[in-house]
Design a protein around this ligand. Structure first.
Ligand code: CAA
Length: 288
């Protein structure tokens, strides 16, 4: 296996999982967050996941230590980007923030480095506009699914300039992580969220119309369709703010009513109830 140096920008729900699986695959991983405390929190979360793996006998303590030893904190984007083979950005879904990050990565990373975005819906071509023309062939979408250590899929999104070599690099990294690749065109929501979000939105509309309780709607999908989680539970798990921003991108891109974010979603997000991460969404969750 090729040992790579990988920078992961943003170690929240998705980013910490991406850093974890990269380190587990033997890569040298740097993580960056604007606040060092957040980077430390991301690594603590990874350590907790690895502790569970040791407890379940999936990993030895020596492997856990070696995995953690491959992860370090970068003091700045530029420091983190120096000498990398691959940078994956997993910051929150804000196009301006992601574009700014891509411009900094472009300035700091070697000419040969691949710059990937874990965006769940934002156009890869628009992100690629933030880098120099010579770098655009190395810009690609590499969309992971949560929880990253468990979900074996990566959506690969090419912009019009993405090179075949970049696609091959992403495919090779995915194989090293044990993930399957699907290729999507650079359209709003790509493949999975284009299918998933109308399903979640319809469940939310059914809930706001009082068609059934949250539990009954979720049980319908779990028991009647064999889904591991019901749609409301899944929305809480993904993050209601994330669902809202993806639905907005889809609705803006296609203009069809079934992509429109439901009122209940707007209300919950406006009230700061973002799902599991804030302790309340369609359900309430015990702290910690
Ligand atoms: N991190 C690491 N591992 C985790 C985990 C986490 N956050 N949560 C669960 N796991 C592991 C557990 O350790 C367990 O491993 P073992 O079987 O080896 O012991 C395994 O996953 C199953 O976990 P549990 O038994 O605790 O619980 P479960 O059987 O209910 O499964 C689940 C949990 C895997 C999350 C399952 O409910 C599921 O698949 N849910 C749907 C997830 C999904 O749809 N994800 C995609 C969301 S969309 C997205 O991410 C993209 C986007 O752009 C919005």
């Amino acid at each position: 296996m090729t040992e790579r140096t990988v920078l992961v920008c943003g170690v929240g729900l998705m980013g910490h999982g991406i850093a974890q699986v990269m380190a587990m695959a033997g890569h040298d991983v740097r993580v960056f967050e604007p606040e060092r405390a957040r980077a430390e929190a991301g690594i603590k979360r990874i350590a907790g996941n690895l502790d569970r793996s040791v407890a379940k006998g999936r990993m030895t303590d020596a492997e856990r230590l070696a995995t953690l030893g491959r992860i370090s904190i970068a003091g700045s984007v530029e420091d983190g980007a120096r000498g990398v083979d691959l940078a994956v950005e997993a910051v929150f879904e804000d196009e301006a923030v992601k574009r700014d990050l891509f411009a900094r990565l472009d300035a700091g990373a070697p000419e040969s480095a691949v710059l990937a975005s874990n965006t769940s819906s934002i156009s890869i071509a628009r992100l690629a506009e933030a880098v120099r023309a010579a770098r655009r062939p190395m810009v690609v979408g590499m969309h992971f699914f949560s929880p990253v250590p468990v979900m074996p899929l990566i959506e690969l999104i090419r912009n019009t300039d993405t090179s075949d070599e970049t696609e091959l690099t992403v495919r090779a990294v995915a194989a090293e992580l044990g993930k399957q690749v699907i290729v999507s065109q650079d359209r709003p929501g790509f493949i999975v969220n284009r299918i998933l979000m109308p399903f979640l939105a319809e469940a939310m509309r059914a809930y706001e119309q009082g068609l059934g309780t949250a539990e009954d709607i979720d049980t319908g999908a779990k028991v009647g369709l064999n889904h591991p989680m019901g749609p409301l539970e899944l929305a809480d798990f993904i993050g209601l703010d994330v669902c809202l921003s993806i639905m907005e991108v889809l609705f803006e891109g296609f203009g069809q009513a079934h992509f429109a974010p439901p009122a209940v979603l707007h209300d919950l997000v406006a009230a700061g109830h973002l799902g599991q991460k804030t302790g309340r969404g369609f359900y309430t969750y015990p702290r910690g």
